[in-house]
Design a binder for this molecule. Structure first.
Ligand code: C5P
Length: 235
């Protein structure tokens, strides 16, 4: 697969200028951006429309967890922006996931992804909120729910990708944040892996944020991610 569409760069910025500077610097090397709550709230949806208009795919990371009617409305609004992916919390359960899937039907290019367990969460964090068992067990439980409700895929840490691929089959999207290049600090990701390890295990996409956007040269940093995925590719 083309690494420029397999690596999703997270634009976790608080101004349009900062986000645009990354987009301008990366140019054709990145064809897929993640826009999260910070950027969307700070700069508004026009920035998303502009990214889509220039042929870039957008993963709108809304992490929806609301009553089904409100989730459906937000998914329809995401579809109207032309984005390719939107996220819903798997912990919201069957009603919320099914409402999101149903609302996406009018937008054939829109994929609904269930967020399983945020990569920074550990087994003891789960125990604190009353979830017994391991993070991996919880990820697999929510992934089953996502499959049963018709979600197109899941968001999970690289550590759970292999069992998820076995569970969900070849067509599911498995998108993994929480990756770090070899030798890089793992920031607050409790369960990091390299992009290459995640893809080999079966991830369809990896999300990379600060390693690229905060680098002195974001384009060289992104090329290091691409090189990690395709070690024989010359730059
Ligand atoms: O850490 P990094 O800057 O690469 O994060 C990129 C994206 O990955 C963030 O936008 C966030 O949604 C997601 N992330 C996550 N779990 C973390 C840290 C980041 O899911 N612990």
């Amino acid at each position: 697969m083309d690494p420029t569409r397999q690596v999703i760069v997270a634009l976790d910025c608080d101004t349009r200028q900062a986000a645009q500077a990354v987009v301008d610097r990366l140019g054709d090397a990145c064809r897929f951006y993640k826009v999260g709550l910070e950027l969307l709230t700070a700069v508004g949806p026009q920035f998303v429309r502009d990214l889509v208009a220039q042929g870039t795919e957008v993963f709108l990371d809304l992490k929806l967890f609301e009553i089904p009617n409100s989730v459906a409305g937000a998914v329809r609004a995401a579809g109207a922006l032309g984005v390719s992916m939107v996220t819903v919390h798997g912990m919201g359960g069957t009603g919320i996931l099914a409402a999101a899937v149903e609302a996406a039907r009018d937008h054939p290019g829109l994929r609904v992804l269930a967020l399983t367990v945020v990569t920074s969460v550990t087994d003891s964090d789960l125990a604190d909120i009353g979830v017994s068992g391991s993070a991996e067990g919880q990820v697999l439980r929510l992934a089953r729910l996502a499959r049963e409700t018709g979600c197109h895929g899941v968001i999970a840490s690289p550590r759970e990708v292999a069992p998820l691929r076995a569970l969900l089959g070849a067509d599911a999207l498995i998108v993994t944040p929480g990756v770090a290049l070899p030798g890089e600090s793992a920031a607050e990701h409790a369960r990091p892996a390299t992009p290459r390890a995640a893809i080999i295990d079966g991830a369809s996409h990896v999300v990379v944020g600060r390693s690229v956007t905060r680098a002195r040269d974001p384009l060289s940093a992104l090329r290091r991610v691409h090189a990690d995925l395709s070690p024989r590719r010359a730059y």
